[in-house]
Design a protein around this ligand. Structure first.
Ligand SMILES: *Cc1c(COP(=O)(O)O)cnc(C)c1O
Length: 445
């Protein structure tokens, strides 16, 4: 399986290998987030020295067109001038106060203006924290204990949500984790994604017990799986019928698929929304928000407690603001450009896989894209079972070839690839050329 591996790691990746060997003695897996360890693709991770635009450079000096994009935040690419300038200027005036700043008002106003269902917002430091807090709020607001979650959706690593949680957890074969007490997940009810009948049956079976239905409006942590037509509308109706709050986890989709997030794109309004990734412009920042009647229950307006030493810190606020301003500029020109680049990549990948005889099912919403290595031409991927049935061995071979050709992808079949405004035509064409070779290699597996 590791033919390419043995040929190349010793020469091209020497310094990365040394760095990772040391890292492994210092940190679990040598990383600070599991999927970075490349366990699913039979390689050692590259160690990054720097990034600019759509290109990252590793410590050996190799350059790669990057589709990781820090797993979503970097919609403007690496070190965009507007963000660097905003962060630099802000840092010289202090990085955290534990007292209010004007920047918090500005980003809050920007988020509330942009996201249709959000009337009041609270900033936190990570998507995990946003999901954990929104869940607590849903329980507090309804006085109910149970939550529904889709198999394969990821809502961060908070205990109650670490059940069948997609991507990292899937790749590592730990769909739930030791250390999560059963008592904490027994109130988490699981349904397949894109299956309204399962949601209805669950709500029927647990009437008056369910606080919220949590969902990624576009599933982005089991590859990229768009909602089937009518799915989100159906969830909204079921939630209304059963008095359940609808929670959209838009940590990945927020500001990525549309400036108004997935809720605007599909025209379905949740009660609560989690944001993260793009909203922080590459710094640690996330948020939860929603209808005022719920958000006013958060302390100190209400009794639901949630706090954070670095929440709303000036650097993250400045980076988020600069990013959202850039996305909004020139009548949202960034999104038209993202759509054009992503569409070209999608077409190129489809042609390259077909001509190599590798069956793929390519999903895409705006600048989130995922080629699933399905077993037969014509197979669709609409839920977790479909995703996990894919040829991960072929993906791994494809990934390794892409890396050697100078394109770095998220290192698992169950991750979406992220295109940014910095991916120009040259980068996209280079990617398609590399993919033409990589699909041929994968076809041999
Ligand atoms: C990334 C992600 C999270 C977790 O965010 P972190 O900042 O990594 O804690 C939660 N939900 C979704 C949908 C995500 O994509």
């Amino acid at each position: 399986m590791n033919k390419a591996n043995s040929q190349t790691t010793t020469t091209r990746y020497t310094k990365s290998a040394a760095a990772h060997a040391e890292a492994k003695t210092l940190m679990p897996g040598g990383v600070n987030s599991p999927v970075r360890a490349y366990n699913a693709v039979g390689r050692e991770p590259i160690t990054i020295a720097k990034g600019k635009g759509c290109v990252v450079t590793d410590v050996d000096g190799n350059e790669y067109v990057d589709y990781v994009g820090s797993y979503g935040p970097l919609i403007l690419g690496h070190a965009p001038e507007v963000v660097v300038a905003a962060v630099t200027k802000t840092a010289t005036h202090g990085t955290s106060f534990g007292m209010p700043t004007l920047l918090e008002n500005q980003l809050a106003k920007t988020v509330i203006d942009a996201v249709p269902s959000v009337q009041v917002v609270r900033f936190v430091n990570s998507g995990t924290e946003a999901a954990m807090s929104a869940l607590r709020l849903a329980r507090a607001a309804t006085g109910r204990g149970k939550v529904i979650k889709c198999i394969g959706c990821y809502h961060g690593h908070t205990d109650a949500m670490l059940v069948s949680a997609g991507s990292g957890a899937t790749t590592l074969g730990t769909p739930s984790s030791p250390g999560v007490p059963e008592s904490l997940v027994k109130n988490t009810l699981l349904v397949p994604y894109n299956d309204l009948a399962a949601v209805e049956a669950t709500m029927q079976a647990h009437k008056d017990e369910i606080a919220c239905m949590a969902v990624e409006p576009i599933a982005g942590n089991m590859g990229c799986i768009p909602p089937e037509p009518g799915y989100l509308e159906g969830l909204r109706k079921l939630c209304d019928t059963y008095g359940v709050l609808l929670l959209f986890d838009e940590v990945m989709t927020g500001f990525r698929v549309d400036y108004g997030c997935a809720q605007k794109l599909y025209g379905v309004m949740p009660d609560l929304t989690c944001l993260g990734k793009v909203v922080g412009g590459g710094l640690p920042c996330a948020a939860y928000g929603g209808k005022a009647e719920y958000m006013r229950q958060v302390a100190p307006d209400g009794p639901m407690y949630q706090a954070g030493t670095l929440s709303g810190n000036p650097l993250a606020m400045a980076a988020g603001l600069a990013t959202l301003q850039a996305l909004k500029a020139d009548d949202f020109a960034a999104y038209a450009q993202l759509e054009k680049s992503a569409r070209r990549l999608e077409m190129g990948l489809a042609e390259a896989s077909a001509s190599a005889g590798v069956p793929t099912y390519i999903t895409r919403v705006g600048s989130m894209i995922c080629p699933f290595f399905v077993r037969e031409v014509g197979q669709r991927v609409v839920n977790y079972d479909d995703a996990t049935a894919c040829r991960t061995d072929r993906f791994a071979a494809f990934f390794r070839t892409m890396l050697d050709e100078g394109v770095v992808l998220p290192p698992a079949q169950f991750e979406a690839w992220f295109i940014g405004t910095a991916h120009d035509d040259d980068a996209i064409e280079k990617t398609i050329a590399a993919a033409s070779k990589a699909f041929v290699v994968a076809s041999d597996i």
